[in-house]
Design a protein around this ligand. Structure first.
Ligand code: RP5
Ligand code: MG
Ligand code: MG
Length: 277
């Protein structure tokens, strides 16, 4: 279900916005809710129309549910509805109309690289959980600068960018700080990672419960797992960059508290590897 948080402050420079309350039983558009009075909010950053943002009012000739001049306006969740030339969130009411912090009307596409390895003991055996006796998986997590929450180092797909490229680019930017590397260094890291990133497994594609979602703009993602069994990261040091403040290998378990829908994605990865959860 869409985010129901009463407060909406993503980004330290944003003023906190109070969503109008939508109880779980009123989220679906199929339920009559005559008193629904969503607040209207689009961040000043978005209204300045940076290159990643749509026009203030959607252009009348926008190709909804289609590729639109390189911008992918298709949803993973099927065809979304348009009302008065504005897309309607397929998962229901959020308490906000407008775009909030999101650039695109309708779906905003992201990709989430979930890089994993087994946790090792000093003697070279795989570490097991004391209770479940299952092996412990670790993943590369970043701490987001906007909300302070731990998260997968994912990010937005650039228009026309292949998902495989976005996955690797975002991992390198947020977990290896590639934005501050020389072109030559960046190329070296790209090569080091090329085996790992060419053997991914799709974990999920579709709508995600992101705190930025509104009734007219929402996040969708494609998440891939890249599992390293070769000890590759013995020679690669993690280094937070871009919208990540910190980066770490984190043990996977059901105790994790993560941003947006990321815990669900990580759970799927744990199940895939029959790891401790
Ligand atoms: C989440 O937003 C997605 O799962 C992805 O991790 C992230 C992309 O947004 P930015 O990290 O670019 O803000 O819902
Ligand atoms: Mg990023
Ligand atoms: Mg990001």
């Amino acid at each position: 279900s869409p985010t129901n948080a009463a407060f909406y402050q993503v980004g330290k420079n944003e003023k906190p916005i109070t969503r109008s309350i939508v109880n779980d039983d009123k989220v679906s558009w199929d339920i009559n809710f005559p008193d629904y009075k969503p607040i209207e909010y689009t961040s000043p950053i978005v209204l300045q129309q940076p290159e990643w943002a749509d026009a203030i009012n959607p252009k009348p000739d926008t190709k909804w549910n289609d590729l639109d001049n390189g911008v992918d306006r298709r949803s993973h969740n099927g065809k979304y509805k348009i009302r008065e030339n504005v897309p309607i969130n397929p998962c229901g009411r959020t308490g906000i109309i407008g775009r909030g912090l999101l650039g695109k009307w309708g779906p905003n596409h992201a990709a989430d690289p979930i890089v994993t390895r087994w946790k090792m003991n000093a003697d070279g055996t795989v570490s097991q959980d004391k209770n479940t006796l299952k092996p412990i998986l670790q993943f590369v997590a970043i701490q987001r600068k906007d909300t302070g929450e731990w998260a997968i180092p994912g990010g937005m797909c650039d228009p026309g960018e292949k998902v495989s490229i976005t996955l690797k680019r975002e991992f390198m930017e947020e977990a290896l700080n590639s934005l501050s590397m020389s072109d030559e260094q960046r190329k070296q890291f790209q090569d080091k990672l090329s085996n790992l990133f060419s053997n991914g497994l799709e974990i999920y594609h579709g709508y995600v419960d992101d705190p930025r979602n509104t009734d007219n703009a929402w996040m969708e993602t494609i998440a891939f797992n890249f599992h390293d069994d070769s000890g590759l990261f013995k020679s690669i040091e993690l280094n937070a960059g871009d919208d990540a403040g910190h980066v770490e290998w984190i043990d996977i378990s059901s105790n994790l508290k993560l941003y947006a829908s990321h815990k669900d994605l990580i759970k799927k990865v744990a199940q895939l590897h029959n790891a401790h959860w």
